[in-house]
Ligand binder design. Structure first.
Ligand code: HEC
Ligand code: HEC
Ligand code: HEC
Ligand code: HEC
Ligand code: HEC
Ligand code: HEC
Length: 421
């Protein structure tokens, strides 16, 4: 039964989390549309590569510096194209397969990069072609880089929806095909029946078969039919619940739309305003602080005063109401995190945890913010003890018994009570 096996194929598909190209798996497909032997030097390909990079990779990668992930300069010399395509699509799978290079990377960065299985092979080739061009002769970016506004938003789409969006589309298309096939079959059968009825020399038995009406009630009531329907139903319910359970509370990539389109790329990137000018708490408090409208007014009482977005700042001040910024990073109440401890005492950069904010048109959560993420960093990060007399005795004591440098875990960074009230 053709339609039966087609129907069965749908839930099998839905359970396979790999996205549209069901054959995805660990084995990479050959790079379609890629010039034989590697990367393209075609201007148009390179330009499209930059666009795809900006929308999907920029919050974590730069070409010539380390951000959340490694600097991508010369990555095409470190690994071959086939490996790169596979890794960029399914990083977690490659790491879990035990690939030594990928495992070493993961040990160093302690973070899975998200799947990019919604990208086509030639789109990845385009990204890498741009990376090669940027490695060989980097563009000097100066002055306003206009028209970026969509970067953050589309990155959000692809992070959260990409793979399963394609999957839904495939299921819908398959269901559509099924309906068409059924309609054609029904048409064929009625044409055949009409044709055969004109035929005179039939036995009684044959005529009975011919005039038999399909008993739909019986078909819908049959065990086979009910079995198939409940199987599809359970498979879909199972898929939706497991997906949402795994994702509960994890919001990597979250980039809500803000009431005023405040751009970090413009203020912190292009105009190089210090993070601390606005986030006044980072060196002396638990919370980093979101600036009040008064801080905006230090400049915007004179800059762009007629812009409708700046008018919203005036309106907030007039009504004496704070601007309703949507919170991006949000640990549950049971966890305690302190900025001063990490930025001032620990000497960490904002980028270590927040990604390349200076490039973000819309702020996006770059790290996982799970307990495992905190702990991993505490296991591998050295305590910043230089010039901190508080640590002198501790370091001496530690060095007398260990050859390893003093890590955060050695000063209690893995104790439950340090992070939980
Ligand atoms: C949320 C952060 C994040 C995003 C988004 C991201 N990456 Fe990564 N990337 C990482 C991390 C972290 C690593 C290090 C490997 C690991 O721990 O999984 C990495 C590793 C890599 C590597 C291997 C680098 C090397 O030195 O061998 C490549 C290539 C790469 N990423 C390309 C991309 C491309 C292309 C995109 C966009 C389509 C992208 N990444 C998006 C975080 C990210
Ligand atoms: C001119 C003021 C200003 C400067 C300078 C600035 N920020 Fe912000 N930042 C804001 C405002 C306003 C928000 C809230 C709106 C938003 O999320 O875009 C914000 C939000 C954030 C958030 C997200 C907060 C949340 O809701 O979880 C992070 C992280 C952040 N900034 C980091 C930085 C870093 C890192 C720098 C320096 C590279 C920086 N900011 C420079 C004004 C500023
Ligand atoms: C240290 C000065 C400074 C501070 C503080 C500052 N801005 Fe700006 N802002 C600028 C400059 C400079 C521009 C770019 C003006 C231009 O494009 O001509 C700008 C542009 C903008 C724009 C784009 C306006 C438009 O229509 O093009 C918005 C929105 C904005 N700022 C919001 C804010 C908010 C909200 C705050 C407070 C959290 C803030 N700014 C704080 C200097 C500042
Ligand atoms: C060790 C990691 C880490 C570093 C380094 C770090 N942050 Fe954060 N940041 C976080 C976490 C985790 C949160 C969420 C805190 C919460 O929900 O209680 C956060 C939240 C924020 C917020 C939202 C407001 C708040 O305090 O909850 C802002 C703004 C912010 N960070 C700015 C910065 C700036 C600016 C720097 C650099 C000077 C920086 N952060 C350095 C981890 C870090
Ligand atoms: C990028 C690395 C990094 C990440 C991520 C990180 N931390 Fe830390 N943390 C440090 C460093 C470095 C110190 C040591 C600071 C010092 O010298 O006191 C530290 C210290 C601490 C301490 C004080 C420990 C003590 O014994 O004094 C607490 C509590 C803490 N972190 C909580 C958290 C929580 C909660 C998270 C996750 C939301 C987190 N950290 C994520 C690097 C990190
Ligand atoms: C370095 C900081 C840190 C340390 C040390 C730590 N936790 Fe957590 N823990 C967190 C953070 C942050 C979360 C919230 C994670 C999230 O929302 O995904 C969390 C969440 C939890 C949760 C809630 C369940 C969950 O996964 O969301 C439990 C239970 C928990 N921790 C127990 C412990 C116990 C027991 C210890 C000691 C063995 C411990 N934690 C040590 C940071 C820490």
């Amino acid at each position: 039964m053709l339609w039966c096996s087609l129907l069965l194929a749908v839930p099998a598909f839905a359970q396979d989390g790999d996205g549209a190209d069901g054959d995805g798996g660990a084995a990479p497909a050959p790079a379609q549309g890629a010039p034989a032997g590697g990367l393209s030097t075609d201007e148009a390909v390179i330009a499209s590569g930059k666009e795809i990079f900006d929308a999907n990779c920029k919050q974590c990668h730069a070409v010539n510096e380390k951000v959340v992930g490694p600097a991508l300069a010369k990555v095409y010399d470190r690994r071959d194209l086939k490996w790169l395509i596979n890794f960029i699509k399914y990083p977690q799978k490659v790491i879990e397969s035990g690939d030594p290079y990928a495992v070493a990377l993961y040990k160093e960065y302690n973070q899975f990069m998200p799947n990019h299985d919604f990208l086509k092979d030639d789109q990845i080739v385009a990204i890498l072609s741009w990376v090669k061009k940027e490695t060989d002769n980097p563009t000097i970016t100066a002055g306003p880089a206009g028209g970026g506004g969509t970067g953050g938003a589309s990155a959000e789409d692809s992070n959260t929806g990409g793979g399963s969006g394609v999957l839904t589309a495939v299921v819908v298309v398959l269901a559509g095909l099924l309906v068409v096939v059924l309609a054609v079959l029904a048409l064929l059968s009625s044409v055949l029946v009409k044709y055969l009825q004109k035929e005179k020399n039939f036995s009684e038995e044959d005529r009975e078969v011919l005039e038999q009406k399909v008993n739909w009630g019986k078909v819908f009531g049959s065990q086979a039919f009910l079995g198939i329907v409940s199987f599809i139903f359970l498979a879909l319910v199972g898929k939706v619940t497991t997906e949402s359970l795994i994702g509960v509370g994890i919001q990597q990539g979250y980039a809500p739309t803000q009431p005023i389109p405040f751009s970090h790329k413009l203020h912190a990137g292009q105009y190089e305003i210090d993070c601390k000018y606005c986030h006044t708490g980072v060196e002396r408090a638990k919370s980093a602080n979101i600036p009040s409208a008064n801080i905006c007014m230090n400049c915007h009482n004179a800059i762009k005063t007629t812009s409708p977005d700046i008018q919203k700042i005036y309106a907030a001040l007039e009504k004496d109401e704070p601007i309703q910024w949507v919170r991006v990073h949000n640990l549950p109440d049971l966890a305690y995190f302190n900025h001063q401890q990490h930025v001032k005492v620990g000497g960490l950069e904002c980028e270590n945890c927040h990604g390349n904010i200076k490039e973000m048109e819309v702020v996006q959560q770059a790290s996982l913010l799970t307990m495992g993420w905190c702990i991993d960093c505490h296991r591998k990060t050295d305590v910043n003890a230089k010039g901190n007399a508080y640590y002198d005795n501790l370091v001496q004591l530690h060095n007398s018994s260990s050859k390893q440098p003093l890590k955060v875990e050695d000063i209690g960074g893995l104790e439950c009570s340090k992070c939980h009230y």
